[in-house]
Design a protein around this ligand. Structure first.
Ligand code: ADP
Length: 228
């Protein structure tokens, strides 16, 4: 039996009177690669905050069985930092020995750029730097929040290859949060769709074959979901 990493049981959450999450139950196990998917405003970030203990559920429970968590926030905003900081420096800000820093640079295939300034790298390369930093303390669970926003499709492909490697070769448990259902469903091993309720949890293939997508996103949204 694989170890449970997250166990969410009958969880509901309200901001004042507005119900944001309603009786969500979901288990994430070691080695899972879960896509947490839903339209904007569907409660994904709220659920993450509850899992991380930043918000308390109104009812039900969220148990997190590991303290070793890496988190990669949405890239947006980082470009706003005009501060001249190198790749190596960004990573070392999270602590770790030189040896560990070299290890994560190699793992994410960004070692050749370590002396470069962060804001001179492409969006996709910057993404690798943030993943490298999140991997520094050997997390058991890596959570990525809308990681591909603003990244070109070639870089996205490389990004998903990297995640697959981390999941399959390094056994890292991954949660990828996104509103881009079509794109994400191809990459992950299981999908949890939320829109206040947990609408679906299972294989991505089955989801793509049902009409749930239309129910979630509206009829024309499969196309629109690719664009920003
Ligand atoms: P998602 O991450 O799926 O886009 P969120 O979890 O951020 O969705 O938001 C879910 C809902 O909760 C939205 O309707 C949003 O407006 C509302 N919400 C988020 N944060 C707050 C807050 N601090 N106070 C009141 N409502 C909030």
């Amino acid at each position: 039996m694989k170890k449970e990493i997250i166990k969410i049981t009958d969880l509901s959450f309200s901001y004042k009177s507005e119900v944001i999450l309603h009786e969500v139950s979901l288990t994430v196990k070691e080695g899972d690669f879960l896509g947490l998917i839903g339209p904007n405003g569907s409660g994904k970030t709220t659920l993450l905050k509850i899992i991380l203990g930043l918000l308390q559920p109104t009812s039900g429970r969220a148990e997190l069985m590991t303290k070793k968590i890496g988190y990669v926030a949405q890239k947006a905003g980082f470009n706003a930092i005009g501060f001249p900081i190198t790749v190596e420096e960004v990573i070392s800000m999270a602590g770790g020995s030189q040896e560990e820093i070299e290890r994560v640079l190699e793992l994410t295939n960004i070692a050749s750029k370590k002396k470069r300034l962060l804001n001179e790298l492409s969006g996709g390369q910057q993404q690798r730097v943030f993943i490298a930093r999140a991997l520094l303390h050997n997390p058991e669970l890596l959570i990525l929040d809308e990681p591909t926003v603003g990244i070109d499709s070639q870089s996205q492909n490389n990004f998903y290859k990297l995640l697959k490697k981390l999941n399959q070769e390094n056994g890292l448990t991954l949660i990828l949060v996104s509103h881009e259902l079509d794109v994400v469903a191809k990459e992950v091993s299981s999908v949890a769709c939320i829109n206040k309720n947990l609408i679906y949890h299972g294989q991505p293939q089955e989801l793509l074959e049902t009409d749930l997508i239309e129910k979630l996103y509206g009829k024309n949204q499969r196309l629109i979901a690719h664009h920003h």
